[in-house]
Design a binder for this molecule. Structure first.
Ligand SMILES: [Zn+2]
Ligand SMILES: [Zn+2]
Ligand SMILES: [Zn+2]
Length: 54
């Protein structure tokens, strides 16, 4: 049985869980759910996931 190790998106206001190596965006050793989060929401766009306030 495979247990994927999930970590929370490194964006503070984001509540998404991401799986390193399986779709997560890695930047500076941290993992983000989307490029928008990884780049600090330069355009004010959120990650687009329901329930996230980033
Ligand atoms: Zn999110
Ligand atoms: Zn995120
Ligand atoms: Zn975010």
């Amino acid at each position: 049985m495979t247990t994927a190790t999930q970590v929370k998106c490194a964006c503070e206001s984001c509540h998404c869980m991401v799986t390193p190596g399986a779709g997560a965006i890695e930047k500076d050793g941290k993992y983000y759910c989307t490029e928008a989060c990884a780049e600090g929401h330069p355009n004010g766009r959120g990650c687009g996931h329901p329930g996230c306030e980033c």
